[in-house]
Design a protein around this ligand. Structure first.
Ligand code: GDP
Ligand code: IMO
Ligand code: MG
Length: 421
């Protein structure tokens, strides 16, 4: 059984936690897009891990992990992440494989990312400033450098020379002072040597594993509405975060995929700019007051709102979501009434899917249906039928509006605060 797991909202749906749970039944976790803009949290006992580039499956020490060709890799950051895990007793050696075709994020990408945001002022995207957009930009422009280039430092230095000329000119044109030079930094050299043993042809490796009937779990990063094609463009990331990205980012063809699981919070969050019709200060103040909903990568406070079924319905269509995993149900425990945005209205007309024209999207008003709350803690519940009836009804409504089967419910950050339905 090969499963694609995608975020059905704007990222941070709790994918890391659900991946960790699903890894009990899978053999390999595969990241296929994005980079260290991702922050996937897994809590096991008193330990909390936030994974950025390494698949969350790494925490199960008998499992293998792949960083596929579609990911953009900041080598220094990845080295730091591997070393950080090793310090905590988790050794990725021999079970983490990095694609030789994955593109590399370099210091000038980060600098350009930051300068572009600065220039945009109020119109900024609100990126994570990890250089993701500029690195994917170079990939599409066919001027990027890949992990395979990093394996031969002499040749890499030569190639970098040409790249520096162009990128430093871009930095200057954006009003910045170029600070990357041909002296490949000692850090980058160290990372190249450190990562070399992990770098392989992950495409043939994955096909060998499939031939051995291994179960693969594709760990989506970001969320459907940050997708470069289907998200709220330009307030998106620079990769395909939807199910198709799992194929192009790994070399595993569509007919090898058996199931698509969509992860969604019991409410909606978004970090960064862009439309969000169900945004609500009421729910935001409540969650922030509980110390929740601060970004795993940048620490920024996430924008919060009611569950928006107009977007999850579209996510179901785009990804072919068969099953949903609902996280953070416990975040709503204290409320007397809970709203679900069932659709939008614009100029008195019903709108069922997010419009591509952001001016129109900005004019969409969320239309809500009110559900009674349950006003009791759910964090110790471990069986669907033990949930308060109002919580069961709310979850079933989420699934019905989305158009997929409710499969998993999460009532806390811990591995065991999860149950199948
Ligand atoms: P990801 O990027 O989709 O992996 O999600 P993040 O890790 O960025 O953010 C999800 C946050 O919610 C993390 O802090 C998780 O520990 C936390 N979390 C996940 N599921 C639950 C849940 O059911 N209840 C609570 N209270 N926290 C959860
Ligand atoms: P995970 O995998 C939430 C958002 C940024 C910004 C936009 C573009 O943890 O769910 P980028 O740095 O990618 O160019 O930023 O995308 N963003 C995320 N939001 N979760 C993420 O990842 C995100 N990765 C990027 O906040 O709005
Ligand atoms: Mg996250």
């Amino acid at each position: 059984m090969n499963t694609i797991l995608v975020g059905a909202q704007w990222g941070d749906e709790g994918k890391g936690k659900i991946i960790d749970v699903l890894m009990e039944q899978a053999d390999l976790a595969v990241r296929t897009q994005g980079g260290n803009n991702a922050g996937h949290t897994v809590e096991v006992g008193s330990e909390k891990f936030v994974l950025h580039l390494i698949p969350s499956g790494i925490l199960r020490t008998d499992k293998k992990c792949v960083i596929g060709n579609g990911v953009v890799i900041d080598p220094v950051s990845l080295m730091g992440e591997i070393k950080g895990l090793m310090k905590r007793g988790i050794d990725p050696a021999g079970r983490l494989f990095i694609s030789e075709s994955a593109h590399v994020v370099l210091p000038y990408h980060r600098q350009i990312d930051e300068l572009r945001e600065l220039r945009k002022g109020d119109g900024k995207i609100g990126t994570t400033k990890r250089g993701i957009g500029p690195a994917y930009g170079d990939k599409a422009a066919r001027t990027g450098l890949r992990m395979v280039d990093l394996l031969d430092l002499e040749l890499f230095t030569q190639k970098l020379k040409g790249r520096l000329e162009e990128n430093n000119a871009v930095v200057s044109s954006l009003g910045g002072t170029p600070h990357c030079n041909i002296e490949v930094t000692a850090e980058l050299k160290e990372a190249a040597t450190f990562l070399a043993p992990f770098v392989i042809n992950t495409i043939t490796y994955l096909h060998e594993e499939i031939a051995k009937k291994r179960n693969l779990l594709f760990e989506g990063a970001q969320g459907t509405f940050l997708d470069i094609d289907f998200g709220t463009y330009p307030y998106v990331t620079s990769s395909n975060t939807t199910a198709g990205g799992a194929c192009t980012g790994s070399g595993v063809p569509p007919h090898k995929m058996d199931r698509v699981m969509g992860v969604m919070k019991a409410y909606t969050t978004r970090v960064g700019e862009g439309p969000m019709p169900s945004e609500s200060d009421e729910i935001g103040d409540m969650l922030h007051g509980m110390g929740r909903e601060f970004g795993s990568t940048t620490g920024r406070a996430r924008r919060c709102g009611w569950f928006d079924a107009a977007i999850t319905r579209f996510a179901q269509m785009l990804n072919g979501i068969d099953e949903i995993a609902v996280t953070n149900l416990d975040g709503l425990d204290s409320l007397a009434e809970i709203q679900i945005c069932t659709h939008y209205e614009r100029n008195g007309e019903r709108v069922d899917y997010p419009p591509a024209d952001l001016r129109k999207f900005a004019e969409c008003k969320a239309v809500y249906k009110t559900y009674p709350g349950w006003q009791q803690s759910t964090s110790n519940v471990r069986k669907f039928t033990d949930l308060p009836p109002n919580a069961q009804a709310y979850l079933q409504a989420m699934a019905e509006y989305t158009g997929a089967r409710l499969a998993i419910v999460s009532v806390g950050p811990q591995r065991d605060q999860t149950f199948w339905v």
